[in-house]
Design a binder for this molecule. Structure first.
Ligand code: GLU
Length: 293
């Protein structure tokens, strides 16, 4: 990303639960960075998880953001409108021999002695060495996902770096994740693939998001290099935690924005308080932590 590119940030919620105070904080950080730098703040709805995505929550997301006074620029991008682009990228990686079909179930992966990595178990590589004939045969009648051959991917790009506005330059370490899933059995693209493609498609110059996604950026940086996409700057901010000190979860109704909105609270005043770190009782801000060693 050159420093001359127009500044564009985004808020990219998944409509699988009601937005809460943590989302308001994430949205305001992305919104304010764009406004401070004279740029645009875009909205993307990450709605391709067929199992967890709930279309009725999309209107509530719009209502929450309007209530907060966080206006977005331009049209909303729905990931569900981008399936052809995800498919095309996957085909490109297939043609490069960088992905392979995997037929393993979760329990088979656990039973194969997979070790924990930054984002769940690191795939032990069972399906990587299947012959072309066996792949063809099993693909015809077994559900499968597509995994990135991480060793090949890393060999293809060589060392990579990305930049976090707070944490500084980061040598990319995607190999710690092993062969990540790029297209799922139950969804056309994994989070990693869809988010990388969409940030490039929306010409996002600064990806502002919670530090729980810091590690995932190592994978996104590799995908950018493999797919010939630009690399934005990143800012991974601290998260809001509840009374138990754990990050707020979508299931925690008390912090749900819709509850506060319907109770007649003042949205812009709430945003101003969050901006100034004046947090509602029981809520604290956990400073950004970057978990890879
Ligand atoms: N859709 C993701 C979420 O709701 C955020 C994706 C991102 O910001 O990269 O957690």
């Amino acid at each position: 990303m050159t420093d001359h590119a127009p500044v564009r940030t985004r808020f990219a919620p998944s409509p699988n639960g009601a937005l809460h105070l943590g989302h308001a904080y994430a949205a305001l950080r992305a919104h304010d960075l764009a406004r401070d730098l004279g740029g645009e703040f875009l909205l993307r709805i990450e709605d391709i998880d067929g199992v967890r995505s709930r279309p009725e929550l999309v209107e509530a997301i719009f209502a929450d953001l309007r209530w907060l006074g966080l206006a977005w620029d331009g049209d909303v991008l729905f990931q569900s409108s981008r399936l052809a682009a995800y498919d095309e990228a996957l085909e490109q990686l297939k043609a490069q021999g960088l992905v392979y079909p995997c037929f393993c179930t979760r329990s088979q992966i656990a039973a194969a002695g997979a070790q924990p990595g930054p984002d769940g178990l690191v795939y032990p590589g069972t399906c990587r060495s299947l012959s072309a004939a066996e792949r063809e045969r099993r693909m015809a009648n077994e559900p499968h996902c597509w995994r990135l051959d991480m060793t090949r991917g890393v060999a293809e790009t060589g060392p990579l770096v990305w930049h976090d506005l707070e944490a500084g330059d980061q040598p990319a370490r995607p190999e710690l994740f092993g062969d990540v899933v790029l297209a799922r059995k139950d969804a056309p693209a994994s989070y990693h693939l869809a988010v990388t493609l969409d940030d490039a498609h929306q010409q996002i110059s600064h990806v502002v998001r919670g530090c729980d996604l810091f590690d995932a950026t190592h994978v996104h940086r590799l995908l950018q290099a493999l797919l010939g996409l630009p690399t934005p700057h990143y800012l991974h901010h601290g998260l809001l935690a509840g009374p138990d000190g754990r990050k707020l979860a979508k299931s925690e109704g008390a912090a749900a924005l819709a509850v506060l909105r319907e109770a007649g609270e003042d949205g812009p005043a709430l945003v101003e308080n969050l901006r100034k770190d004046r947090l509602p009782s029981g809520i604290s801000r956990v400073h950004a932590s970057y978990s890879l060693p």
